[in-house]
Design a protein around this ligand. Sequence first.
Ligand SMILES: [Zn+2]
Length: 414
Amino acid sequence: MVRRKNDSLIAIDYTDFFKEDFSKIANELVEASLLTTDENFKKYLIYQAKALKENDQTLDAKADKYWSTLQTEPLEFTISRENYDDEMTSTVLENNELKSLIEKHKIEVVAKDKLGARVGITNHKGTELLLKFKDTMGQLSSLMPYSNTYTQTISNAKELKQTMVDVDLIALTGDYAEARGGITIAQNLPNNDKLSIKQGNGRRNVYHRQVRQSYDAKRTKLHLDTFLHPSFHQYYNVEADHIFVIGHENGHSLGPSSEYQNSPGICKSIIEENKADSISISFMPEYVKRGIITDYQLKEIYTTWITRRLLLRSKPIFPTETYKIVDLIEFNILLEYGAIHFDENKLLHIDFDKVSPAIYNLLEKVIDIQLSKSPTKAKAHIDKYTTWSNLHEYIATTQKKLGVKKYKNIVSYF
Ligand SMILES: [Zn+2]
């Protein structure tokens, strides 16, 4: 916390500022650690309790380190610190005078965290599927563009410090539970700014099962009838979207290191999310080759991804609407490479064979940007591929006519 004191600013550590709340939480965690029979989970709880009590970031790093190795534990518990929603901090770099001062004094600009707690039960069947995808990552890293010119974050799956679990949610509290448009299908923590990541420790990705289980048959049919040529309707399947998300999340662990990922300044999240999407789609045929998904599922993944995510409701605002900007870039690339087109009735057609090659081309551009560490190059890429034409306007207007539902109906299947 930062407070003004006369003419200067003073920083107060969370452990002091929130002392009362933090020690209450720490006491609960210590109590839980006495009850659990799982050694890793116990270690995590003890270090987390310590970290909440002492102003010492190495303790936070230790807690994060143990938390990130939890893979086989039946229970899920997370104290989340995620910095994606802070839209203000990164804009300080837009002010050139401030930027040069920050650089001169070697100050790292770190976005503010949101804090929340998540409780759940690990779903074993869903987790098994995730681990199958994980096993391919070492091989995929060698297929990355310019893979010889930088050190791969991973070179084989065993080295990959990434755990992943599919979780049935019980509770989301704190900032997780605030009123907002939605919650992500998966959350991969810690973020790049955390000490544990800088020390080379791993991440843990938690997939929220209930979040992906919202489906409205009537509404989906209306949406498909409006935008997609009938010959493609058979390929629309919400579970295929889950597979796209797995590819996306794993994509964050491929490519150049976090130092490069953080380099494009204000554009860094857009470029990094663009990378993760591109890895997911361009490597999907590799999963078919390895027998993890079928050729039919591949068509479902393409169709569902394009129809569900890329038909935008409005022109996205730079730089805050990260995911929508990324969707628009991908839509425009698919159009440019003829992987999609709209017929005279404004119905979408997909040329399945062209989808992954088109997106691999995009992946090359994105990796080139990260390797260049150039914010200017990043911005030029975004400007070039976020053009908005009559077709985009037609889609957005039609989407608006179909309206937005104010709630989601989740039918959970176990
Ligand atoms: Zn992502």
